[in-house]
Design a protein around this ligand. Structure first.
Ligand code: ADP
Length: 172
């Protein structure tokens, strides 16, 4: 049986923690579709197109992984992607309550869709997109937390807004 799983999230932006979950999920399933949620209510820092493009570049070496944007209900995206497995990453107890609640609602809405949790790698349990945005927004170095192309994307954004996004050198 060919099992296609989806890995949904806002990915604003994709971190090395997300990439690690995607890589491990890609070994568990025949195909993995990363679903980048529009998440308008979260007012994302990166546009949907930017988040999709970054996720594509970061996962391009994984042959069975594709990236698609989606809007609306997760169960509808699962149906559209012809998938009955939803992958979510779990970092800490703090993720647990919310994730189990969502999984329960999704099971209610679409009983055939199963949610599978992948435990975050120990070294990434502290890592979230919001912390990365916070650090980058204060000119901090996020290169240990995200792929180099995400560092570039932050720099481009801040240059456009009139800032460098990089720590000024002592002589500047
Ligand atoms: P959402 O807006 O749906 O929470 P996110 O982009 O924040 O989307 O996260 C997508 C998924 O990745 C969630 O299941 C989240 O718990 C998981 N995740 C986030 N950061 C990490 C990390 N550092 N390691 C493993 N999983 C993570």
């Amino acid at each position: 049986m060919n099992v296609r799983a989806i890995y949904p999230g806002t990915f604003d932006p994709m971190t090395v923690g997300h990439a690690d979950v995607a890589e491990r999920a890609s070994r568990m399933f025949d195909e993995l579709v990363i679903g980048v949620a529009a998440s308008r209510s979260k007012n994302p820092f990166f546009t949907l197109d930017e988040r999709v493009a970054l996720a594509r570049r970061i996962t391009e070496s994984l042959g069975n992984v594709t990236v698609r944007p989606f809007e609306g209900l997760l169960v509808d995206f699962a149906a559209a992607a012809n998938s009955q497995v939803v992958v979510r990453g779990l970092r800490a107890i703090s993720d647990f309550e919310f994730e189990v609640q969502i999984a329960g609602v999704n099971r209610h809405l679409a009983p055939k869709v199963e949610t599978v949790f992948i435990a975050a790698a120990q070294e990434y349990t502290f890592l979230s997109s919001s912390i990365v945005r916070e650090v980058a927004g204060h000119d901090g170095d996020v290169s240990d937390f995200v792929h180099p192309i995400v560092v570039e994307a932050f720099n481009r954004k801040y240059e456009r807004a009139g800032r460098t996004g990089r720590r000024p050198t002592p002589e500047s």
